[in-house]
Design a protein around this ligand. Structure first.
Ligand code: SF4
Length: 411
């Protein structure tokens, strides 16, 4: 396909795609899907080899949020039966983080529900970052605490945070349909504050909320302009008890096309598969590793992921390798500051971050609400093959272990 040859060439040279090209990727047929994955996989391997970066979520404070993000199980008025608890103590958070690091993660994402932190909250998180860094040399720490006020990003940086996640989630034109208690501009402002403070910016999206292809291209192009180092791609986990509970719009094929589009638009950026990986990609998860170079290990914020051991086996079986703590994630031109690769890069013309992002997408951080997942409680109860876009509530399991419980975390 001429289009794919062109996109590979552009990806290897970090040349920007046109909107028409990005839309064309989303519009490819299932017959062309493996060709699309192979093409985007060439770009992924050029910049990231066969490495997979593992990230580990620690939900510092769960539920009871005053904001109304429709996708979030922690939102105002949510009746989802999620864990609800206030701030973990530094030693509790450090213990949870240690489990993820022992499982192979190199980045810990500290997430808290809420509109944004108070200065006292920032002090509290600073103590947690210190505790985690004292116990785990070389660990990358990303904070995801919502909207930041002036000076807070700088204080987190001084406390040792390497990165800050805040997702754009969806296009500017549809943002008001998803959330009314804050604006798209508020989110952009926080990503810019993190960037300006010297934190590695992480910002991504949630797919599957009823958006159009144009919306997806809009948000990915907006991310490109913000130039985050990592872009988490969440696939909505339609939690019962939230306004988007009926939005089962995604198929594994659609998820792969979205990841391929993000890879082509942001070729040299850490693209992370976040919440909804197990729910929507299901048995196609290994193919997605040819597109994304980063995933979350184990559970999400409010939902369970597949067993951490299964994540590691999948990576090995697909012919990939877990990225080591001594390996720099980003390509040299982006990782000028070393470490997790930072914002000093020239950028790809696009920035897209991944990571946790928002507090809620159905999944990872980025959002405060992670998605649910399978793995444990979520085993399939039917032997019938799923139909395109069919509701798979059997694959959504509310998190009942790890942070905020007495049970061991999944890592
Ligand atoms: S995404 Fe974050 S701000 Fe929005 S409702 Fe969930 S916890 Fe609150």
């Amino acid at each position: 396909m001429d289009l794919l040859n062109t996109l590979v060439d552009k990806g290897l040279r970090r040349e920007p795609l046109s909107r028409a090209e990005a839309l064309a990727v989303l519009g490819t047929s299932d017959d062309d899907l493996l060709d699309v994955v192979a093409a985007a996989g060439k770009v992924r391997r050029h910049w990231f080899g066969r490495r997979v970066k593992l990230n580990y979520l620690v939900n510092l404070k769960s539920g009871l949020c005053p904001e109304d993000c429709s996708y979030c199980s922690q939102r105002l008025g949510s009746t989802a039966g999620i864990l609800k608890y206030t701030w973990l103590k530094p030693d509790e958070a450090s213990k949870a983080a240690a489990a993820g690091l022992a499982g192979g993660a190199k980045r810990v994402c500290l997430v808290a529900s809420g509109r944004g932190p108070t200065d006292r909250d920032v002090d509290r998180v600073a103590g947690t970052i210190k505790a985690i860094k004292e116990e785990n040399e070389g660990v990358e720490v990303c904070a995801c605490l919502g909207l930041l006020s002036d000076g807070q990003a700088e204080r987190l940086r001084e406390a040792g945070a390497d990165a800050y996640n805040h997702n754009l989630n969806t296009s500017e034109s549809t943002y008001g349909e998803i959330t009314t208690t804050h604006t798209y501009a508020d989110r952009v402002d926080t990503v810019q504050k993190a960037h300006a403070a010297g934190l590695s910016a992480c910002s991504g999206l949630i797919a599957g909320m009823g958006e159009t292809d144009e919306d997806l291209v809009d948000v990915v192009f907006s991310l490109r302009e913000l130039d985050p180092d990592s872009v988490p791609v969440n696939f909505l986990i339609p939690f019962e008890g939230t306004p988007l509970a009926k939005e089962w719009n995604l198929t594994p094929q659609r998820c792969l096309r979205i990841l391929a589009m993000v890879r082509f638009v942001c070729p040299d950026v850490e693209v992370r598969i976040a919440g909804g990986r197990e729910v929507h990609l299901r048995t196609m998860q290994p193919l997605a590793l040819h597109l994304a170079n980063s995933i979350f290990l184990g559970d999400y914020l409010t939902s369970e992921g597949q067993a951490g051991k299964a994540d590691l086996e999948m990576i090995a079986d697909a012919g990939f390798e877990v990225e080591g703590a001594d390996q720099v994630t980003l390509p040299e031109h982006r990782a000028a500051g070393g470490g997790c690769g930072s914002h000093e890069s020239a950028g790809c013309g696009a920035h897209e971050g991944g990571g946790c992002g928002s507090h809620d997408s159905g999944g990872g951080c980025g959002s405060h609400e992670g998605g649910g997942v399978c793995g444990s409680a979520a085993t399939t109860s039917s032997t019938a093959a799923p139909q395109a876009g069919e509701a798979r509530t059997d694959l959504v399991a509310v998190r009942r272990r790890g942070a905020g419980t007495d049970l061991a975390p999944n890592a």
